[in-house]
Design a protein around this ligand. Structure first.
Ligand code: ADP
Ligand code: NI
Length: 203
């Protein structure tokens, strides 16, 4: 069993490692994904401790933030070593971390229920009101334009809605994830439609 002390230590570890992170992967993201993953895990009957720990650690070896450790999961592994998380639990945490990433895993189905819960929770944090906020924070931090009406430039915040975010709600792996994604996905689509209508002066 993964105890509460390990969860608290993981949150502190992530807070230190991701301090100052402005691309949408800060500790606040890890904490939200942890909370959502726990809720999904409870209703799906998954191992809540494995889901919470994997959710907290899911970005500590992200290939964009830490290209040198993403293959080995060196940060996550050193944390698990320090906490004495071993054997089957450790293997399941590491596997769930590997299977979270959208870019790395696309539409491959997760290979365990725990990986499915954490992946759904991570994707849920990219849609709904939080998803809108994170996308514009990312755009601001990276000096991106809001939108290119012609559709040619794909490096804008709202092009990211069209190319990725609006598709995420369809890609949930669990029943609970699908339920949550229905509400958040509808909110995101409504925001997108309002944005385009206002841009065009239709509303
Ligand atoms: P992950 O590594 O979990 O796949 P990303 O690094 O793609 O996540 O995204 C982190 C956050 O930043 C998400 O909320 C995502 O929508 C946002 N984001 C990533 N790329 C862009 C972009 N080009 N424009 C706007 N937001 C982006
Ligand atoms: Ni994430």
């Amino acid at each position: 069993m993964i105890d509460e002390g390990t969860i608290t230590a993981a949150a502190a570890y992530v807070r230190d490692l991701l301090a100052g992170e402005a691309s949408g992967h800060g500790v606040d993201h890890a904490l939200r994904v942890c909370r959502t993953a726990a809720a999904i895990a409870r209703s799906e009957g998954a191992d809540v401790g494995v889901c919470r720990l994997a959710a907290l650690l899911h970005d500590v070896d992200d290939h964009k933030l830490f290209p040198g450790t993403s293959a080995s999961l060196a940060h996550a592994v050193s944390f698990l070593d320090a906490q004495g998380v071993e054997g089957d639990e450790r293997r399941r945490v590491c596997q769930a971390i590997r299977e979270v990433s959208f870019s790395a895993n696309g539409m491959e189905p997760p290979s365990s229920l725990e990986a499915a819960c954490v992946r759904d929770a991570d994707r849920l944090d990219a849609i709904g009101a939080i998803g809108v906020g994170r996308a514009f924070a990312f755009g601001g931090a990276n000096g991106r334009a809001l939108w290119d009406e012609s559709g040619e430039c794909r490096d804008t915040t709202v092009a990211h809605f069209e190319d990725k975010l609006l598709l995420l709600a369809e890609g949930m792996s669990t029943q609970t994830g699908r339920f949550l994604a229905a509400g958040r996905g509808a909110y995101l689509r409504g925001f997108y439609e309002e944005f385009v209508a206002e841009w065009r002066g239709e509303r």
